[in-house]
Ligand binder design. Structure first.
Ligand code: GDP
Length: 607
C-alpha cells in the first residue's frame, strides 16, 4: 500500500464517525488528498511518459545467447540444465516429458521430434538471480546454416558446445565458421566428461589450431568417464565435487578451496587424480592465457569450461560466469543509404523503440495455423499496445499482443527491452519479412541486412497428386518461403503459374519443405531436382534491367553455354552452374564484367 492510499483509506474510516463537523473537515481533507494524488500522478503529456527509452537496469541485466553444436553433443540436455539452474523448471526431464518424451521444449516441430534434431531456432527466456537470460536454440545441422546465422545476428553471445569424447566435429566446425562471421563472444562448454573423454589439453589445441582462437581456461575437469569427480574453478581456485541427485533433481555439490589440500584429496578420493589436478593447475597458470575481456568480446578468445550436462557437473559455474562475463545487449548497425556512407550504430539506450525481424516461423501451434515473426529488440522499450511504424511499408501498426516464448508455450507479455526476443503474429505470413524494422520514433530506421548463404541445391516443388488443392499449395509455398526456409527462383522467361524453383543451402531443407507441405498444408509434394550446384548473382547492385543487359551481352559472346538462367524474387539475374571451373573462368574474365556474387542482399528499395 502506498502512502496516498493509506491516507485516503484512513480518512474514509474516520468519516464513518457521525460528526457533521468532522465530516466536512474530512471531506475537505479527502478532496485535497485526492488532488495531491492526482498532482503526483505523472501527467499524460509529460515527457517521461512519452519517452520509449529502456531503463538502464533492464538493459544491464539481460544476457542473450545462442548455442551452436554438432547434433548429439548435448545441446538439448544443456539447455534443460540451464533452465533447471535458472529455476525455470523444477525437474530435468519435465520439458522432455511434455514434448512427447523425445525432445525438450526447444525442439517442438513434428519432424524435429521424430528425428531428434533441432531444425528451427526458438527462444527460451528465464530469470537467473537478478539477470534475465534469453537462450536461442539453433539448428544443429549445417544444412540450416542460414537459419543459424540469422539467429546469431539476434544474439549477443555464442556458446559452442563440444562433445568431450569426440572433440570438434564437422558441424561444429561449419557452425563455428558461421558464428565467426557474426563476431560474437564465444563461450565453449566441453560436455560429456562423465564418459571417456579426450585429454582436455588436446581439446584446447584443436580449438586453437582450427579456429585460431586463444583459449582461456575457466573450469577444468577432474578425471573423466567413471572417474569423473567434478571441476576446478580457475577464478575462485575452488574444487567443485559432484554427487548425483535423485533422478531429475540437481546434483549436490561440495565446494572446497584448493588451498585446503587435505580436504581436496579426501573429496576426490583418488591419489592419481589429485596429482594430475596439481600438475594441470600449474600448467593452466603457466601455459594458458588469462581471460582478456576485450579479446573475448571481439571473438578473438574463447572462455572454456568443462563438465557434464547430464550429471550437472560444471553447469552452474559456467552459467554464473556467463552472467558476469557475457556481453550485454549490444548496438546494431544501421543500414547506410549509400555504400560509401559511414556505418552508424543504434544503441540499446536510444529514446525510441526499434527492432527487426530476424526469423519467421509458420505453424508454431498446429491448431492455430499461425505464423510468428521473431523480433530482436535493439533499442528502447516495447510496451503492449504501443504504436510503431513498419519501416519497409511506412504502415502504422499497433502491437496489441506480443508473445515471449517458452518452447511451444507462448506467454503474452506487457513489456520487453533491448536484448529480448518477442514474437509477433504475422497474419497469413503476409505482413512481415525477414529483415523488416519496426520503430516507435518518427525517424525511419533500417538495419544492415542479414547476409545470405549461397544455395547449393535446386529443384522444382510440385504437388505429387493430381487434383491437389492449388490454394493450399500456394499458401504453403508462400508461408514457408516467407520464413526464409528456402529461396524461390524462377526460370527466366517462365510464366507466373510455373511451379516454384527452390534454392536451398542443404538437402535437408528440401526434406523439411516437403514434410511440412504434407503435414501442415495437407499437400503431398515432391522436389524435382535440377542438376546445378552453384548459384551466382550477376551484378546484383544494378537494376534488374541493367544486370540482365550485362548477362545478355556475355551470352551473345558465347561465354555462358551450359548455364541455367534464373531470376530471384526481385527479378535479378541468378546464374546456375554445374561446376566451379566455369564459375572461376567467368569470375576471372574482367571483360565480361559479370560481377558474380554468391548471394545478394535484398535491394535497398525492396517492397
Ligand atoms: P543434442 O542433439 O545436441 O540436442 O543432444 P542431446 O541433448 O539430445 O543429447 C544427445 C545424447 O547425449 C542423449 O542421449 C543425452 O542423454 C546424451 N548426453 C547429453 N549430455 C550428456 C552428458 O553430459 N553425459 C552423457 N553421458 N551423455 C550426455
Amino acid at each position: 500500500m502506498n502512502v496516498n492510499q493509506f491516507n485516503v483509506q484512513s480518512l474514509e474510516v474516520w468519516l464513518s464517525t457521525d460528526s457533521m463537523m468532522l465530516t466536512k473537515f474530512a471531506i475537505a481533507l479527502l478532496v485535497s488528498a485526492q488532488a495531491l494524488r492526482l498532482a503526483q500522478k505523472p501527467s499524460r503529456c509529460s515527457t517521461r511518459l512519452q519517452s520509449n527509452a529502456a531503463p538502464a537496469e533492464e538493459i544491464e541485466r539481460r544476457r542473450n545467447l545462442a548455442i551452436i553444436s554438432h547434433p548429439d553433443a548435448g545441446k538439448t540436455t544443456l539447455t534443460e540444465k540451464l533452465l533447471l539452474y535458472g529455476d525455470a523448471i523444477q525437474q530435468a526431464g519435465m520439458v522432455k516429458a511434455r514434448a512427447n518424451g523425445r525432445s525438450s521444449t526447444s525442439d517442438f516441430l513434428k519432424m524435429e521430434r521424430e528425428r531428434g534434431i533441432s531444425i528451427s531456432s526458438t527462444c527460451l527466456t528465464f530469470e537467473y538471480g537478478a539477470s534475465r537470460v534469453n537462450l536461442m536454440d539453433t539448428p544443429g545441422h549445417a544444412d540450416f546454416s542460414e537459419d543459424t546465422y540469422r539467429t546469431l545476428s539476434a544474439a549477443d553471445n555464442a556458446v559452442m558446445l563440444v562433445d568431450g569424447g569426440k572433440g570438434l566435429e564437422p558441424q561444429t566446425r561449419k557452425l563455428f565458421g558461421v558464428a565467426q562471421r557474426s563476431r560474437l563472444p564465444v563461450f565453449t562448454f566441453v560436455n560429456k566428461l562423465d564418459r571417456p573423454a579426450m585429454s582436455p589439453w588436446e581439446v584446447l589445441d584443436e580449438i586453437a589450431a582450427e579456429f585460431g582462437l586463444e583459449t582461456a581456461v575457466r573450469t577444468w575437469p577432474i578425471g573423466d568417464g567413471e572417474r569423473f569427480r567434478g571441476v576446478l574453478d580457475v577464478e575462485s581456485d575452488q574444487v567443485w565435487i559432484y554427487e548425483r541427485g535423485a533422478r531429475g533433481d540437481k546434483a549436490s555439490v561440495t565446494k572446497i578451496d584448493y588451498a585446503d589440500e587435505a580436504a581436496v584429496a579426501a573429496a576426490v578420493g583418488d591419489e592419481e587424480l589429485v596429482a594430475q589436478l596439481a600438475e594441470d593447475r600449474e600448467m593452466i597458470a603457466e601455459l594458458t592465457p588469462a581471460l582478456d575481456d576485450e579479446l573475448l568480446k571481439t571473438g578473438a578468445m574463447t572462455a572454456v569450461y568443462f563438465g557434464s550436462a547430464m550429471s550437472d557437473a560444471g553447469v552452474e559455474p559456467f552459467l554464473d560466469e556467463f552472467i558476469s562475463l557475457g556481453s550485454r545487449p549490444a548496438p546494431r548497425t544501421l543500414r547506410a543509404r549509400k555504400a560509401e556512407d559511414e556505418r552508424r550504430q543504434l544503441a540499446p539506450t536510444g529514446d525510441e523503440f526499434a527492432g527487426y525481424v530476424f526469423k519467421m516461423q509458420a505453424n508454431l501451434d498446429p491448431k492455430h495455423r499461425d505464423c510468428m515473426a521473431y523480433v530482436r529488440i535493439v533499442s528502447g522499450k516495447f510496451t503492449k499496445g504501443m504504436k510503431v511504424t513498419h519501416a519497409r511499408t511506412g504502415r502504422p501498426l499497433t502491437l496489441a499482443t506480443a508473445a515471449m516464448l517458452f518452447g511451444s508455450g507462448k506467454d503474452t507479455i506487457q513489456d520487453a527491452f533491448p536484448g529480448d526476443i518477442i514474437g509477433l503474429n504475422n497474419p497469413a505470413g503476409g505482413l512481415f519479412q525477414i529483415g523488416d524494422a519496426l520503430h516507435s520514433g518518427a525517424a525511419a530506421v533500417a538495419f544492415e541486412p542479414i547476409p545470405s548463404f549461397s544455395p547449393e541445391c535446386f529443384g522444382y516443388l510440385r504437388p505429387s497428386e493430381v487434383g491437389a488443392s492449388k490454394k493450399s499449395f500456394q499458401k504453403g509455398v508462400d508461408q514457408l518461403l516467407a520464413e526464409g526456409a528456402v529461396q524461390r527462383l524462377k526460370q527466366r522467361g517462365s510464366g507466373d503459374g510455373e511451379d516454384p524453383l527452390l534454392a536451398a543451402v542443404g538437402e535437408l531443407q528440401f526434406e523439411v519443405v516437403v514434410d511440412r507441405m504434407q503435414g501442415e498444408y495437407g499437400v503431398a509434394c515432391a522436389i524435382e531436382r535440377v542438376s546445378y550446384t552453384i548459384a551466382r548473382w550477376a551484378q546484383p547492385e544494378l537494376s534488374p534491367e541493367d544486370a540482365w543487359a550485362v548477362v545478355d551481352r556475355a551470352r551473345g559472346e558465347g561465354a555462358l553455354t551450359g548455364v541455367f538462367f534464373a531470376e530471384d524474387v526481385f527479378q535479378r539475374p541468378v546464374l546456375l552452374f554445374r561446376n566451379q571451373f566455369t564459375v572461376d573462368r567467368l569470375e576471372n574474365d574482367a571483360d565480361l564484367d559479370l560481377g558474380l556474387k554468391p548471394w545478394a542482399l535484398p535491394p535497398a528499395n525492396a517492397p
